[in-house]
Design a protein around this ligand. Structure first.
Ligand SMILES: O=C(O)c1cc(C(=O)O)oc(=O)c1
Length: 305
């Protein structure tokens, strides 16, 4: 059996996250999280770019309850390639409280898509972050998008801000809703008024079928987890970016923990503090309800929304 030794420098997820001070609205959805393995049951993909620590559905559901979420959207992580078994196993053991986003290749059969749909998958993920995946031809992705449209699914995309100009036309041509992971990874050091972030806002404005996750302040922040200058919250330099997206596109935003936080090298966030970040970016109860309940329910549980 393969020995899945963690990538050197890999940080384990926070063992004892604090209980959030912010009370989530009833029915809140953690709309971006992952499961990793366990590797001896659900092996990691041979083509993976990193080997994570195991992070099972048991631990994910315990975190959900600890933080006060009602539901999860489990997003296929690149370390599992297009082997969706760990993610599907989480969905099928969630008592209907988890939906999923899969990774599939052109070779996926209609029967396999049907089984994923029955398990609770509602989208596919296309990853353009070069440190995470090898290049996938655009014609293959377009073909997949056209096939999954039949199921009413959407496409989740992960890319770096500098690559948006080159990806713009491809995203415009997608025949489904498109959900952007982690705000399109803005370089917060360039500031909220930078041409790069202005382009992202224009992208959202000109494409009513595009949504954005306002997740991962811990990944994007330069100021980091320490509260300084009398501010009470970490990652304060990400606040203006996320606030701007939430306030301009309140009906097309989602939030997620990103647990278990793959590839963070300098610190591991306290997931309770991440939840406490939410009222800084969604400042009214109405915005918080859209972000955490109404929007994810419309996309992932439309039959109940
Ligand atoms: O920035 C990352 O390293 C990262 C990786 C993955 C993945 O490997 O799927 O997913 C994420 O949401 C974020």
């Amino acid at each position: 059996m393969e020995n899945f030794t963690k990538t050197p420098g890999w940080l384990d997820w926070h063992a004892a996250p604090s209980r959030p001070r912010f009370t989530l609205p009833p029915g809140s959805v953690d709309a971006h999280c992952h499961v990793f393995g366990p590797g001896d049951v659900f092996p990691y993909a041979p083509e993976r770019k990193y080997t994570p620590c195991d992070a099972s559905r048991h631990e994910l559901f315990a975190l959900r309850d600890h933080l006060g979420f009602a539901r999860n959207v489990v997003v296929q992580a690149t370390c599992h390639g297009d082997d969706n078994r760990a993610m599907v196993d989480a969905l099928t053991h969630s008592a209907g409280r988890a939906r999923g986003v899969a990774t599939v290749r052109r070779s996926v059969t209609d029967t396999e898509l049907e089984a994923l749909n029955a398990a609770g998958v509602r989208g596919v993920r296309f990853n353009f972050v070069k440190r995470l995946v090898d290049f996938t031809p655009r014609d293959e992705l377009l073909e997949i998008a056209q096939r999954i449209k039949h199921w009413g699914w959407h496409v989740v995309v992960y890319f770096e801000a500098v690559d948006l100009p080159e990806l713009w036309d491809f995203f415009s041509a997608l025949p489904t809703d498109v959900v952007v992971d982690h705000m399109g990874r803005p370089d917060v050091g360039k500031g909220v008024d930078s041409p790069e972030f202005a382009l992202f806002l224009r992208f959202l404005r000109e494409h009513p079928h595009v949504w954005s996750k306002v997740s991962c302040p811990e990944r994007l922040s330069v100021s980091g987890p320490k509260a300084v200058d009398g501010e009470q919250h970490p990652y304060r330099d990400v606040v203006p970016f996320a606030r701007c997206v939430v306030e301009q596109f309140p009906d097309r935003v989602l939030w997620g923990t990103d647990w278990p936080h793959p590839n963070l090298k300098d610190h591991m966030p306290d997931d309770g503090l991440l939840v406490d970040f939410i009222p800084h970016i969604a400042r009214t109860q109405a915005l918080q309800r859209k972000l955490l309940v109404d929007n994810p329910m419309r996309l992932y549980w439309p039959e109940e929304a």
